[in-house]
Design a protein around this ligand. Structure first.
Ligand code: SIN
Length: 478
């Protein structure tokens, strides 16, 4: 694929730079194993340069009016949409998701830029009624400063815009380190930011060693915020490291989403919802269903309908028009799906459709497992692949207990036609997000985020910009 947006350099202070020692690493198409490009393998010195650039750009950027920052973000948003096909092509090549889904991600990613461009103008303060007539009191909200973002491979575009757009809207500057699997989408965004004339140093994208990036960011006192989407394990390490300089954090970590289907649910609708919430991005999202919890009265119907629809899904190279499920991202991913399935089958689960991946390629067939029990690894660990694991329940209390019996608390889904139950269960679920008869919950206007070991902080919604603003209380003697 030819595109002026495919870059093989990091973007620092408005310049396109190689690594210190000119080292590079390859970017590989997971569908074919082919190398599609190389990017700089930057180390600490380059990362530091990027943070210096962000710090240098901060005073001017934060002093611009919100209206001026919003106008620049709006230009960036429009450029993303104008280039959506190119961006989606790059995304599919390096990440594997079907091109149609990649277009969806580019629009989803752009929607955060549009939303936060508008939110920039609404970072209101407050006045506080005073208890002392000789004083006036108020609250203003100010940018937290230089931010560091570490972004994942599963949404190589949208997880960047969901962080950089609120940061820039708030008046912060940022250095983004994309996942090594998907740096090209990040660099393409930087190329468009340059075209949009977002000032040099405000948005920097560096590729290279993830551990050195985190260590560099954590050591610098003036880096005031770290935002991360990725595994709970890495999130915990970052949290420990951030303690030394007491940085603010947003952590969007792993999930283990339950999908509860009650006996009063519209089963066809629940199965359609399950197809979206399970197979979007081949099951490689933090909000993918991990555990289907289905009432025993409708479990057979639900499982056989889900298996029938799963069998019909076309798995293949995301660049082929008919593909509905692309490859998994890498060997570790396919090995994990294989291991979880083998463990479940050895412990008595039943394969209703699909198979254990042969591991000759990164493709995994949509698979439905019934008879899954709560002590199986597939129930307790994040699958991150196209496998639906089904367990039966017999009462509402038992369903809630099963759903909440996990360390994570990101997304959850409930299918019921009983309004009372919908309220009771959504209040009882220990998760940051609940979809009731709704399996597609991600929108720029909604606060995305988790509780428990799924992390903290919210991305999107009117809350999303707060993550990049400090509250300052000012009292005035008059
Ligand atoms: C994620 O997997 O972390 C993001 C999913 C989404 O935004 O819908």
């Amino acid at each position: 694929m030819q595109s002026e947006l495919i870059k093989s350099a990091s973007y620092i202070a408005g310049n396109w730079l190689s690594a210190e020692n000119n080292e590079t690493f390859p970017v590989v198409n997971p569908a074919t194993g082919e190398e599609i490009g190389t990017v700089p393998n930057c180390r600490a010195a380059r990362f530091q340069e990027a943070f210096v650039a962000a710090q240098t750009a901060l005073p001017k950027w934060s002093a611009e009016t919100a209206w001026s920052r919003a106008a620049k973000l709006r230009r960036f948003y429009e450029l993303i949409l104008t280039h959506e096909k190119e961006l989606a092509g790059i995304l599919t090549l390096e990440q594997g998701k079907p091109f149609r889904e990649a277009i969806g991600e580019i629009r989803y990613g752009a929607s955060f830029v549009e939303w936060f461009a508008e939110e920039a103008k609404r970072t209101y303060g407050e006045t506080i009624p005073t208890s002392d007539p000789s004083k006036r009191m108020m609250v203003i909200r100010q940018p937290v400063g230089v931010c560091a973002a570490i972004t994942p491979w599963n949404f190589p575009n949208a997880m960047i815009t969901r962080k950089m757009a609120p940061a820039l809207a708030a008046g912060c500057t940022i250095v983004v380190k994309p996942a090594p699997e998907t740096p090209l989408s990040a660099l393409a965004l930087a190329a468009l930011a340059e075209k949009a004339e977002i000032p040099a140093g405000v948005f920097n994208v560096v590729t290279g060693d993830p551990i050195e990036f985190a260590t560099t960011a954590m050591k610098l006192d003036y880096v005031r915020k770290v935002t991360f989407t990725g595994s709970t394990e890495v999130g915990k390490t970052l949290m420990r490291q951030a303690a030394d300089t007491v940085k603010r954090m947003t952590l969007e970590l792993g999930g283990n989403a339950p999908f509860l289907v009650f006996e009063d649910a519209d089963v066809e609708r629940a199965v359609d919802g399950a197809m979206t919430a399970k197979y979007r991005n081949g099951g490689q999202t933090c909000i993918s269903v991990n555990r289907f919890i289905v009432h025993e009265a409708i479990a057979d119907k639900f499982s056989s309908l889900l298996a029938e629809k799963s069998r019909a899904l076309r798995v293949g190279n995301g660049m082929q028009k008919e593909t509905e499920v692309g490859p998994l991202i890498n060997e570790d991913a396919i090995n994990k799906v294989s291991a979880l399935l083998s463990d479940a089958l050895a412990q008595g689960a039943t394969l209703t459709c699909g198979s254990v991946p042969d591991r000759k390629s990164l493709f995994a067939q949509p698979t439905v497992l019934t008879g899954v029990s709560r002590d199986m690894r597939i129930w307790r660990e994040e699958i991150f692949g196209p496998v639906a694991a089904i367990h039966r329940f017999s009462s509402e209390a038992q369903a809630l207990e099963l759903a909440n019996d996990c360390l994570h608390g990101l997304a959850s889904y409930v299918y019921t036609r009983d309004i009372g139950r919908a309220h009771r269960v959504s209040e009882g679920l220990q998760f940051g997000m609940v979809g009731i008869n709704d399996s597609f919950i991600s929108y720029p206007q909604a606060p995305f985020g988790g509780i428990k070991q799924s992390g903290f902080g919210r991305e999107g919604g009117k809350q999303g910009i707060d993550e990049y603003l400090n509250i300052k209380y000012v009292t005035i003697g008059i």
